[in-house]
Each structure stands twice: as structure tokens, then as C-alpha cells.
Design a protein around this ligand. Structure first.
Ligand code: ACO
Length: 428
């Protein structure tokens, strides 16, 4: 039986349909509210707005639960590979052996860049941020596959998705090589996805880099844990841009830009900068916590807090324990990890953080792992983007295939000047 919520406004009662998700999430459908009552809803920053109905990722922010297509992320991080998880996030089901082999073959087929695309790198300044390069290059990729992809067709869709997932890895590594003035290293089709990326990042023409299994595992887990996170800022951007029927590349290129900001994916870089600052300045953790709590200082404890999680971010919980084993396996000592642990302990026992339900988010520990495996600081957010590509693709497609889909176009409450007459220049 359909359920309704009632809204009373100026002597009239409006019935609003209630929508219930498979995990019992309850929403009031206000799509007809303005037509019926003249009212719109106002929700700065969309903190309480459901922008779509989605089948991809489930989060329970109070309990600290995250699942892709029903699979708990902890189980995927333990048992799956990034390539398998990417396939499942995009297509909804785990691949069979032959489907996975076919997908891997497609990734290998698309790992090279068109020579003209490769020449784009020469146009960037050597100190360009790799996120700027990544966004520009993904958009440019659309020029090399101008025919709009047909997301309705699974094979065609998978081919375009593989092209993006594969080339993004090549572009990211090439952007890094460009930034340090080294020649680009060509991909190797014999290597699995993650090892191939590490090879392009760290091999030199005269010296082949062989990653240890621990490094490959740690990077796989990092990418799996970043594969999707429902309607966050960058994914909403991808869906918003895609809603105008913009192509996959243009939409994902916008998502990269949204991710770059330090309140979103850029936080993983900001966390390490914060830990380094504490370490190098000799400031105590207590002093730093006091600074963060002082609103006049306009500082945040980076890697803490989340719009949805009012509990420990399950990705942070996983990465925190992964930090120990990765550092131990690699024989790396990290004073930054000690500082991070101390910061966490102090914050979780401080009423400022407790009252606001601020816990470590995914970015708090991820940077320590990336640093331990040799990823340079300005590449951290690029690593996040590589992981998030499957999620963005899945959301772009879900949006595109939605029979009720419309261009995303929120409203506003206008609070500016009321009508006035133009004043000629000489009278101003
Ligand atoms: N350090 C100190 N205070 C904080 C922090 C923090 N990291 N995060 C939130 N607060 C405080 C705010 O100042 C505010 O306090 P007030 O009520 O006294 O004004 C209160 O907690 C609520 O904060 P909002 O900004 O309203 O929370 P919002 O949901 O808008 O922001 C965000 C979430 C952006 C993640 C925020 O917690 C933050 O800036 N964290 C640091 C940056 C970060 O780690 N970002 C990565 C997020 S995960 C991701 O995108 C992958």
C-alpha cells in the first residue's frame, strides 16, 4: 500500500508520496510539490536532498556501513581485485571467469594513448598539477572517440568503460613523468592493472621497476575502497553534467575537477601536508587540536568529518589497520602514522569532535599508505580519481538509462535586488 506524508501550509494539506528503498531508507517525493502548492524546498549544500534513486552503492552513515551492489567493501578489499570490483560496480554483478578475462583483454587493448593525445603532454607546464592534466586529458579523449557511446548496449558500454579505466592509468603515470622531466614509460600488456600502473610510474628506460606483492595488494585495496561512494560531490557532478546528455568523457572530466578540491578528494594530500607541518614544526598534537577547535583560526582537522558518516568511515577503519601491515611489510617507519594515531585518539576523546560526530574519513590514513609505496604527494588525489572512475561510469550510465531522467536543474530562493531601472554611466 502506498504511504504518504502530509504537509500543511496556509490551511491546505498536501499529500506527498513516500518512497522506501531496499534498505528501508525513507524519502518524501516532493517532485509535484511546487505544481500543487507553489512551494519549493530549500536545502543549502543538499545535505537532506535525495537527488536520484540508485542501485549502485549503499551507505549507512550512522552504523558506518558501505556496500557496492550489496557487497561489503571489507570483503571486496580482502578477496577481490580492483578490475573485478570495477566490473561489478559498473555492471551490477561479479564477472564470470570468461567475462573477467574479456574485460582484462579490453583493458590491455586500450592501454596506449593515441600519438596525438600523447603530444598534449608537451603543452602543459612542467609544474602543472596532475589533476588539471588528468581532467584536460580525459576531456580530450572524447575527441578521439567522437561518436557518442551507446550506453544501452552492454558490449559497447564495456568497451568505452575499459578505454577510460585503462587510459586514465596511462595518463596519470605520464602526467607524473612529465612533472619530473622523465620520459613517459609505455604500458606492458603482460602485467595486471595495478602492476602495470606501478611500472609506468616507477620504471625508467634504463631500469625496470618490479613491485613487491605487498605493494600491489596495498594499491589494489586502496583502489577498491575508492571505487564508489554514492552521491558525493564529484559523482553528483558527473550525474549533473551527464544529465544534459553530455558524453561520458566530458562528464567524468568534470568529476575529476570536483574531486580536486581539498574538502573532497584533495583532502588526502592535505592530510599529509598537515601531518608534515605538525612533525616539522615540533608543535604538539594537543596544540594542533586546540588550533583546529578555534574557529578564528579557520582550520580543519583534515581527514576528519563527513557529510554522511556520523560514525567511523568504514574505509578509514580498514585503511588504518592496512597501514600497519603495509608499513611492516615494506619495512618503512612513519612518524606521520604515529602523529595520525595520536591526533585520532585525542580528537575522539574531545567533546568538540564527539558532539559534532567527527570521525576519521577515508583520507585520514590513505595518504600514509600511498606515501609508503612511493606515490608522490601531488599524485594522491589522482590515485583517488583512478579508483573512483568505475563509480563515476556506473552513475553516468544509470542516469543515462533512467527512463524518468530529466536534466538536473535545481531551483533557488532569490534574495537579490527587486526590479530597478538602468542608470546611465554619467549619472552613477
Ligand atoms: N575539523 C574541525 N571541525 C570540523 C571538521 C574538521 N575536519 N569538519 C567539520 N567540522 C565542524 C564544523 O566547523 C562545524 O562546526 P559548527 O557546527 O560549530 O559550525 C561542524 O563540524 C559541522 O561541519 P560542516 O562543515 O557543516 O559539515 P559538512 O557536512 O558540511 O562538511 C566535510 C563535511 C567537508 C567533510 C568537513 O567535515 C570537512 O571539512 N572535513 C575536512 C576535510 C576532509 O577531510 N574532507 C574529505 C571528506 S571525505 C571525501 O570527500 C572523500
Amino acid at each position: 500500500m502506498s504511504e504518504f506524508a502530509e504537509l500543511k501550509f496556509r490551511d491546505k494539506v498536501y499529500q506527498l508520496p513516500v518512497v522506501i528503498g531496499t534498505e528501508n531508507e525513507i524519502a518524501v517525493d516532493i517532485s509535484k510539490l511546487r505544481a500543487q502548492s507553489g512551494l519549493i524546498t530549500l536545502d543549502d549544500g543538499y545535505g537532506n536532498t535525495g537527488s536520484c534513486i540508485s542501485e549502485i552503492t549503499y551507505i549507512d552513515g550512522d552504523k558506518g556501513i558501505l556496500r557496492y551492489r550489496g557487497y561489503p567493501i571489507e570483503e571486496l578489499a580482502e578477496k577481490s581485485s580492483f578490475v573485478e570490483t570495477a566490473y561489478m560496480v559498473m555492471l551490477g554483478e561479479l564477472p564470470t571467469n570468461s567475462q573477467l578475462a574479456e574485460f582484462r583483454a579490453k583493458l590491455a587493448e586500450h592501454e596506449f594513448l593515441h600519438e596525438s593525445l600523447r603530444h598534449h603532454f608537451e603543452g602543459f607546464s612542467s609544474d602543472a598539477h596532475p589533476m588539471a592534466i588528468l581532467s584536460a586529458m580525459i576531456n580530450a579523449m572524447g575527441c578521439f572517440q567522437p561518436a557518442m557511446i551507446e550506453p544501452e548496449d552492454d558490449d559497447h558500454f564495456l568497451d568505452s568503460a575499459a578505454r577510460l579505466i585503462s587510459k586514465v592509468r596511462t595518463i596519470a603515470a605520464a602526467a607524473y613523468k612529465q612533472s619530473i622531466g622523465h620520459p613517459m614509460i609505455y604500458p606492458r600488456s603482460d602485467l595486471p592493472y595495478t602492476s602495470n600502473f606501478l611500472h609506468m610510474m616507477f620504471s625508467k628506460p634504463n631500469n625496470r621497476y618490479e613491485p613487491t606483492p605487498e605493494v600491489v595488494k596495498a594499491l589494489n585495496q586502496f583502489l577498491i575502497l575508492h571505487a564508489d561512494h554514492e552521491q558525493n560531490c564529484s559523482t553528483s557532478t558527473v550525474r549533473m553534467v551527464g544529465s544534459s546528455q553530455a558524453n561520458l568523457y566530458a562528464s567524468i572530466s568534470s568529476g575529476v575537477c570536483a574531486l580536486w578540491g581539498h574538502l573532497h578528494g584533495g583532502a588526502n594530500q592535505a592530510v599529509i601536508q598537515m601531518l608534515l607541518e605538525i612533525h616539522e614544526s615540533g608543535m604538539s598534537v594537543d596544540q594542533f587540536i586546540e588550533k583546529v577547535k578555534n574557529k578564528d583560526a579557520n582550520m580543519r582537522l583534515m581527514g576528519f568529518g563527513h557529510r554522511v558518516y556520523k560514525n567511523y568511515d568504514p574505509r578509514a577503519r580498514y585503511l588504518k589497520s592496512a597501514c600497519d601491515s603495509v608499513l611492516q611489510n615494506l619495512g618503512v617507519k612513519s612518524p606521520l602514522l604515529d602523529i595520525a594515531r595520536e591526533l585520532e585518539e585525542r580528537a575522539l576523546n574531545d567533546s568538540y569532535f564527539v558532539e559534532r560526530k567527527l570521525y576519521p574519513n577515508v583520507d585520514f590514513y590513505s595518504g600514509i599508505i600511498l606515501r609508503a609505496i612511493g606515490i608522490p604527494l601531488n599524485m594522491f588525489t589522482v590515485m583517488f580519481a583512478i579508483g573512483r572512475i568505475p563509480g563515476w561510469i556506473a552513475h553516468w550510465r544509470e542516469n543515462h538509462l533512467n527512463p524518468n531522467g530529466r536534466i538536473h536543474r535545481p531551483r533557488q530562493v532569490y534574495n537579490g535586488q527587486t526590479v530597478r531601472s538602468y542608470i546611465p554611466m554619467e549619472e552613477r
